[in-house]
Design a protein around this ligand. Structure first.
Ligand SMILES: [Zn+2]
Length: 144
């Protein structure tokens, strides 16, 4: 290959409507097969019940987007909308707090533009900061 082995993965060559094997992905992107398998382990959706394992081009592109999403700063009253790709103030200023651990959880609201669920991790200790800014409903796990 003329451009050597240090070429950057070219995500643009991935076709959304195509299926790829691990080998295909490695070849198309110029990465190691082990890298692709690690992506699958890390949440890249793959069709594992057939051999060879198949990866949907669309899934691959989405996975890549999620991994490389720009570092965004949300203001205190904002959550990041993955669809609009900008921080949004949740519709009606309303969010739910869903505890994930004893010290933190997710704030969840609706994007006022596209109605997608928007989320943000937040420490439980920081919830009082939102008082007067957002209407927070605290959800509790129902199964305990
Ligand atoms: Zn949105």
């Amino acid at each position: 290959m003329a451009n050597g082995k240090t070429r950057k993965p070219n995500w643009r060559c991935i076709k959304r409507h195509r299926n790829y094997t691990v080998n295909d992905v490695a070849r198309e992107l110029g990465v190691a097969k082990g890298t692709v398998r690690r992506w699958i382990k890390n949440g890249l959706p793959a069709i594992n019940d057939k051999r060879p394992t198949l990866i949907l081009g669309a899934d691959l592109v989405e996975f890549h987007k999620r991994r490389t999403k720009p570092k965004h700063k949300c203001k205190r009253n904002e959550c990041y909308c993955l669809k609009c790709r900008v921080p949004r103030i949740p519709a009606w200023g309303m969010v739910e707090y869903l505890p994930l651990t004893s010290t933190g959880g997710n704030l969840r609201g609706l994007c006022p533009e596209c109605c997608t669920l928007i989320c943000r991790r937040i420490a439980l200790a920081k919830l009082p900061v939102l008082e007067g800014i957002l209407k927070v409903t605290i959800r509790r796990q129902t199964n305990d």
